[in-house]
Design a protein around this ligand. Sequence first.
Ligand SMILES: [Fe+2]
Length: 608
Amino acid sequence: MIVLGLKCHSHDTGAAIISDESGELVVHAISEARLNRRKHSFAYPLMSISYCLDCLGLSSLDQVDLVCIDKHMETWPEQGSQFGYENALNRYQPRYDDNHRWNYLAEQSIDFSGTNVHWINHVDAHAASAYYASPFNEAAVLIAEGGTGIYHGTGGALTTIDRLGYLGNTYRNGKKLKRREDRFVNSSFLYDRVSELLGYDIFGAGQTMALAGYAHQFEIEDIFNPDPERFDDFIINHDKTVFGMREMEAYGGDDGDIVQSRLCNLARQAQQTLEEDILYLAWLARKKTRAKNLCLAGGAALNCIINRKIMESGLFRDVFIQPAASDEGIPLGCALSGYYSSGGEKKWHMAHAYLGRPLTEPDVTNLAETWQLEAHPTGPEEIAQLLASGTIIGRIAGASEYGPRALGNRSILADPRPADMKERLNHGIKHREGFRPFAPSCRADRPPEFFDTPANSPFMVVAGRVSASHRGIVPCVTHADGSCRVQTVAKDINPDYYAAIDAFGELTGVPLLVNTSFNDRDEPIVETYEDAVSCFLRTGLDALWMGGQLVVKTGATPKVDGKKILDETALRVERNYTDLIERLCDGETYIALATKLYEDEKENAESG
Ligand SMILES: [Fe+2]
């Protein structure tokens, strides 16, 4: 059986494909943003669909047995469309690349006539992404984000206990309730509101979590009053709290000086409130299911401090956190849910997040020639030596990571020891806020003694602590409050990356590397060699480790105009979409609808 999972609406669209036809369950997944180079892309995921088909060597959607699509909102603008004709006609485009006309045309014309289509509730898709990727037979499943869900997974079946959100039916203790028409502010929305007050958008939770780590510099001050009566079973309502914050002005200063602001206390309080809420939900999940294991997903499951607290709470014996916990993981959840609910029997455990398509090597030579770069074969020892001498290296190898964290295959690597490394990375390469910490990778079988970290942390979603005596030794990866977010790397999962960390440890006595995602500030993590070279040419990166080669700039390497390169990439993407409409969509439907939209728009304009 071959199942394609899709998220087609709102942010972080993408696709995942699973097949059991080889006797094993083969799983691939990708976010559209990685391919169209538009952060948190809202585009209908044609590139991701094509990528997933290619992963399995399929030439047509007809070869897929089942397509499972995330019902992002249960209530749609019109029957049969998540986007709606009126929105398409008005070119409704609220933010980012959310172009409803284009999305509508793709949605209405994509040719699923040769396959079956199922729709899946958004919270249910998150739950499937956590439970079916976990190693557990029985587990409680907690989804925490704009929607909330508690599920019980047993023997491969997921039972809904509580669910709320996205205009879907509400469940309480397994019983369907009347649809809630009210929209209220839950814990994640409160956190988003605080991120907004700190000057960030809906994707600013990471910055807020980082700023919370600076609050110890100030006297503890409660800036808002969380409503003590906000808990109604699994429903947590922060309406009153947010209403009380309505007069509060958003931070108007620079990113650089926000750590000097007492608003760090606002971030601290938001973090503390979210911690209380999620720990309460975890307790409730344990109480309602009596399961000894927990699976976690939803955007709030990317909060590594909270994840650590859940692990330390003693509520559960073991915890699995889906690395693509936010909406990037929805396509995987859709595919897994579709597979198992259609009788699929092959078990799967997401032991690693490398679900992309492996790269091919000849591209390295071609790209080096094109850009007058020098390339020679290299290995972990040379890489370790270069890193120890201060070289910052972009690594691109194998299949890309699914989810927001780079885990060694699409990573920028550096020495964690120099006092100025954080500044070099933040300002010279990533062009991001100076207060944000970097995370380290270490060997899974021998994590440094000065780290207090979970023994197995392959996805970089759980916080650790650096002992006070070593905070000055690895300043680049120690956050202001002494925490760090470690990735443990197993030899059998990523041997070359493991070997580089090991060689660096032998050389320096510090067995860990800085690992930050391979991208510049306003672009998604690189996917292809071309993306990697583009980022290399535009930033202060010193070298690339790609396809087993070390690539460096030479005197002949041209100085590039960053904007021009990005514009050319955008044009290439547009051409690619045109080709994909031809490949995946029904041409007659597309042309008829596009013509109707054009004519109606013209008529509206003429009639004033
Ligand atoms: Fe979600």
